[in-house]
Design a protein around this ligand. Structure first.
Ligand SMILES: [Zn+2]
Length: 270
């Protein structure tokens, strides 16, 4: 038994190494969405319950100045429609327990963690990719799941290099990256070009996604012109699975996830 655990550990380490290597080649692009204004105030958070506010996990060196005090810890991290953003973070010890490998094209061959998604999202993604294929706009996955540990390691390295204030402008604070939920994925054209970079905007693939992602339960999480609500610049490549009816609702009413969550709070009167 011990041997197995040991083996698994080694595999995980190996994977992390691979991810590290890849990441080093692409620092500064995709998952470090640049958003410079530290003054963003997302409307969803202000209405959230105050009960568990400012749970700044037992004094990690990361907390403190720089606006981390108003980050609330999410109570329902495993729900499909969990809202994760700069004001709502996943609990320190959360990891999804139903991660699988979606059977879709990726921009790399390795069977590593960043290929994984939660089961329901993975199945929906397979359908979405098939539909895109059918419409002559084949896609490829770039990056899906990222462990909390991984995000933390990355962020801490950035802080060391640039200081926390600067690091926070281009890297998600640990626990606040949607990729940690296993419900988000960055995609691009099947030839791998424009992977999680601005040149993906305006491509037929990006336009197809904007129009059809909701049919499969996904939303374009950081739409154009909503930066002051989501806290992120436009990312036409970042898909978030929220479930069919939620995605339809947000699409039809042209709502960001934050706006949708706000309305849901009002609707339930809580
Ligand atoms: Zn992303």
């Amino acid at each position: 038994m011990n041997q197995n655990v040991q083996k698994e550990k080694q595999n995980v380490l190996k994977e992390e190494e691979n991810v590290q290597k890849e990441k080093e080649n692409s620092v500064g692009s995709s998952e470090a969405p640049v958003q410079n204004s530290g003054e963003i105030t997302a409307s969803a958070s202000s209405k959230g319950k105050k009960s568990d506010s400012s749970t700044t996990d037992n004094g990690t060196s990361l907390s403190g100045k720089g606006g981390t005090d108003d980050i609330q810890t999410i109570a329902n991290p495993a729900s499909i429609d969990v809202l994760v953003n700069k004001q709502h973070k996943l609990p320190e010890n959360y990891a999804p327990d139903d991660l699988v490998y979606p059977n879709v094209r990726f921009t790399f061959k390795e069977k590593i963690k960043k290929r994984m998604m939660r089961e329901e999202a993975a199945q929906a993604l397979e359908k979405l990719f098939k539909a895109a294929d059918k419409d002559g706009l084949p896609l490829a996955g770039v990056s899906a799941y990222r462990s909390h540990k991984r995000q933390k390691t990355l962020f801490e390295a950035y802080v060391k290099k640039d200081g926390e204030e600067k690091a926070r402008t281009y890297s998600a604070y640990p626990g606040t990256s949607e990729h940690e939920t296993g419900l988000a994925i960055d995609v691009t054209k099947s030839d791998g070009s424009c992977a999680a970079t601005g040149c993906f905007a305006g491509t037929p693939e990006a336009e197809w996604l904007a129009e059809h992602a909701h049919e499969f339960g996904f939303i374009i999480r950081y739409p154009e012109g909503k930066e002051n609500i989501t806290g992120y610049t436009y990312e036409p490549w970042h898909l978030r699975y929220v479930g069919q009816s939620e995605a339809d609702n947000m699409f039809k009413n042209d709502l960001t996830f934050e706006e949708y969550a706000d309305q849901a709070l009002v609707a339930t009167g809580s």
